[in-house]
Design a protein around this ligand. Structure first.
Ligand code: DON
Length: 317
């Protein structure tokens, strides 16, 4: 991402009608109660449930931010579509899908969800995402994470860094993910060592972002792989399209069907409370609010995106 230049002048002010819509949505969802902050990764349990931020970035790189837009949280599962994009860009769709399926599993994100060959069914849940990470530059594990970090930084238009406390907390407790890795190794689809793959997976999940970053990352997918703020082509148009397709079918876990119905644009959530959504050709959105529903999706984040999708008639699914 070196040499990239942000278009910060392109930040809209309060007079913008888009900001007014985002403010209205923030006020509407502020009163929603319910949901619980994730605590199975101990470090995430400290999150302030009252935080709320939303950002949108247009296809031209103009940004609209409301609420706690500069508050940093970890990507968690939102890293999955981007690492999937790297694997598809490197290896092509067919090779990637020899190792991992392309079906919504309809199961929770941490499910033991493997087909009869021992291949994870869905690249957006943990089992499939760990395999996807193992496919990236598999010969040199040390360099693999650097590659992931650098491409995700290009998507965001700035250098992303690992939150070491969250990383440490997950590596100390993430034994279910190790087990999923071993099942995929036994199925012959995880490449290299399980521990190397989960370490890089935990690091990608611990990359620290803001909703503004999420919106730029989403907008990059929405406009065919070119970051609209920096102008950099991060992945090919074809890879961006494949990534949006997999997000729309598999992105919201056991809520993928309901998401299609209520929001209707490709999206990905993470357990720290972020949701990234991409309206193809139009804009990228990031939302953050830590309390989660029982599927692991941010309660206020889902509600905000439902309203945004209705207000701007974004439904495409
Ligand atoms: O592997 C895990 O459990 C976490 N690092 C990521 C899970 C996640 O974000 C699921 N999303 N809602």
């Amino acid at each position: 991402a070196s040499g990239t230049q942000r278009n910060d002048d392109w930040e809209a002010d309060d007079s913008s009608p888009v900001i007014q819509v985002l403010e209205k949505i923030r006020a509407e969802v502020a009163g929603l109660s319910g949901g619980r902050v994730a605590d199975y990764i101990p470090e995430l349990a400290h999150a302030d449930p009252g935080l709320f931020g939303v950002a949108a970035v247009s296809a031209h790189g103009r940004s609209y931010c409301v609420g706690d837009a500069d508050y940093a949280f970890t990507l968690q599962s939102i890293s999955k579509p981007f690492v999937y994009a790297i694997a598809v860009e490197q290896l092509g769709l067919d090779v990637v899908h020899e190792h991992v399926g392309a079906e919504p599993s309809g199961e929770p994100f941490n499910a033991i969800s493997l087909d009869e060959r021992g291949r994870p069914e869905n690249p957006m849940i943990n089992a499939g995402a760990i395999v996807t990470t193992s496919l990236v530059e598999n010969s040199e594990p040390g360099k693999r994470f650097e590659r992931i970090r650098s491409v995700l930084s290009e998507f965001a238009g700035r250098e992303l860094e690992v939150d070491e406390d969250v990383y440490r907390s997950e590596t100390e407790t993430g034994h279910r993910n190790r087990a999923l890795g071993y099942l995929s190794l036994a199925g012959g689809v995880l490449v290299g060592s399980v521990e190397d793959a989960v370490q890089d997976y935990f690091r990608q999940c611990a990359l620290s972002v803001t909703v503004r970053d999420l919106a730029v990352m989403a907008a990059t997918l929405a406009v065919g792989g070119v970051n609209p703020v920096t102008g950099e082509q991060v992945v090919s148009q074809r890879t961006a399209r494949h990534t949006l397709s997999i997000m729309s079918s598999c992105g919201m876990y056991d809520r993928a069907g309901e998401w299609g119905l209520r929001v209707g644009i490709p999206a990905k959530s993470g357990v720290s409370g972020g949701i990234l959504a991409a309206a193809p050709g139009a804009f990228g959105v990031g939302v953050f609010s830590p309390p989660l529903d029982d599927a692991g999706n941010s309660v206020r984040g889902v509600a905000a995106l439902e309203r945004l999708s209705d207000d701007y008639d974004l439904h495409m699914l």
